[in-house]
Design a protein around this ligand. Structure first.
Ligand SMILES: [Zn+2]
Ligand SMILES: [Zn+2]
Length: 408
């Protein structure tokens, strides 16, 4: 097979894997990195089809561009289709408001939605002469890995191998050639149960001292996970942002979550903000889960403005803060940029690593159990520590750079 990373090789973001396998040319994911301005992968040549692992924009965000040019099927689970459609529309809205030139429009988005072809985890589909089976990847509801059967190739684009409240972890799939995301190469996550306990203790302390806990969280996956962790906390919990619409999508596809009953109970146990008045009411409550997860816009800024000078209150971050984001600035310098002004934040700031990606050792043991000859590590800005351990059991390890061609 011949492979080229159009983006997302030696970096986390804008993934596009162009692969020619047995005479068929396919794309595995085609995304963009949101930001100001957004970053795009190299333009894709015509392909026979696109396999979309999950809805996150760094994997899905460029499929409308492709649909505007080539009329090709986009294979994705039903839940990925719904969430991606929501994110495409949101991305266009943000693009309009920031004014950066954007590579596609509403018509392309509509075309992408029409080009979706449903796949179900565990089932094999025939695409031209290739048989492709998808397997749950444990990252967000509806996320999958792709196994190209006769060629023994597995594409593991964003995986989590531990069980979380929302999802069961991914199981290894025997493969000769393993494409493995390496986001957490060289970094471990704290044990989940301990992490949840400390998180709940922190929330309890903040509320007991009379403060508010503002919990920034991504709308897809993290907001619902946090809601499930807080389910029995006994506080007045509110949810703002797209998280409740996304939870409704999850609940319409109960087969993609670990326990739809538990998710439903968690959602029923909190109050959802729908309006400006709702935001005022939420600030009278105890805990507010809200977007964006890295404090780059969204309702979270209004809440931070309300509590930032109250030492009893806290901003409780729930995931990795990418360099250049407001969340990172908050962690490093205790300040954020709000409405064009730099503001000091004098309330408490806490950080919890509720990652949806496998940590270093989890990636190593997943790879070992797949027993591959060849491993390609991508979606990483520091793949070497992971490569070093995988070289012990795989005969070839590739660390492709963007736009580099690989013949395997
Ligand atoms: Zn992802
Ligand atoms: Zn990703």
């Amino acid at each position: 097979m011949d492979v080229e990373f159009l983006g997302g090789g030696n970096e986390v973001g804008r993934l596009g894997i162009y692969a020619a396998i047995d005479g068929q040319v396919m794309l595995f994911d085609y995304g963009l990195t949101p930001g100001e301005p957004p970053e795009y992968p190299k333009q894709a040549p015509p392909v026979n089809g696109v396999f979309l692992s999950h809805a996150h924009l760094d994997h899905s965000g460029m499929t409308p561009w492709l649909s505007g040019r080539y009329d090709v099927p986009i294979y994705a689970t039903a839940i990925t289709q719904e969430i991606a459609s929501l994110l495409f529309k949101d991305t266009l809205k943000i693009a309009e408001s920031t004014g950066y030139p954007f590579p596609y429009d509403k018509i392309d988005v509509r075309q992408a939605v029409q080009n979706f072809v449903s796949i179900t985890p565990g089932q094999s589909i025939e695409v031209d002469s290739l048989y492709v089976t998808s397997h749950s990847s444990g990252h967000i509801p509806g996320s999958v890995m792709f196994e190209v059967e006769d060629s023994g190739v597995l594409f593991a684009c964003d995986i989590n191998t531990i069980d979380t409240r929302l999802l069961r972890g991914a199981r290894p799939v025997k493969s000769d050639v393993l494409f493995l995301e390496g986001t957490y190469s060289g970094q471990e996550h704290p044990p989940r149960t301990e992490l949840e306990r400390t998180f709940l203790d922190t929330v309890d302390e903040v509320v007991a001292s009379g403060g508010k806990a503002i919990v920034p969280a991504f709308a897809v996956g993290r907001s619902q996970e946090i809601a499930m962790i807080l389910r029995d906390c006994g506080h007045d919990v509110w949810l703002d942002g797209m998280g409740s619409r996304v939870a409704d999508i999850f609940l319409r596809h109960p087969q993609y979550v670990r326990s739809a009953g538990d998710l439903k109970k968690a959602m029923d146990g909190l109050r959802v903000v729908y309006s400006r008045r709702g935001r005022e009411l939420a600030l009278q409550g105890d805990v507010i889960i809200t977007t964006s997860g890295m404090l780059n816009g969204g309702p979270v800024l209004g809440y931070v403005e309300a509590i930032r000078n109250d030492p009893q209150s806290a901003i409780i971050l729930t995931g990795y803060q990418v360099e250049g984001t407001n969340g990172r600035r908050l962690l490093e310098y205790g300040e954020i940029e709000m409405y064009g002004l730099t503001q000091r934040v004098n309330c408490q700031v806490h950080f919890f690593d509720f990652s949806a990606h496998a940590g270093h050792s989890q990636l190593v043991s997943f790879a070992r159990s797949c027993s591959p000859d060849t491993v390609v590590i991508f979606h990483s800005d520091n793949p070497e520590p992971l490569a070093e351990e995988i070289r012990d059991f795989a005969s070839a390890v590739h660390l492709p750079k963007n736009e580099e061609r690989l013949a395997i």
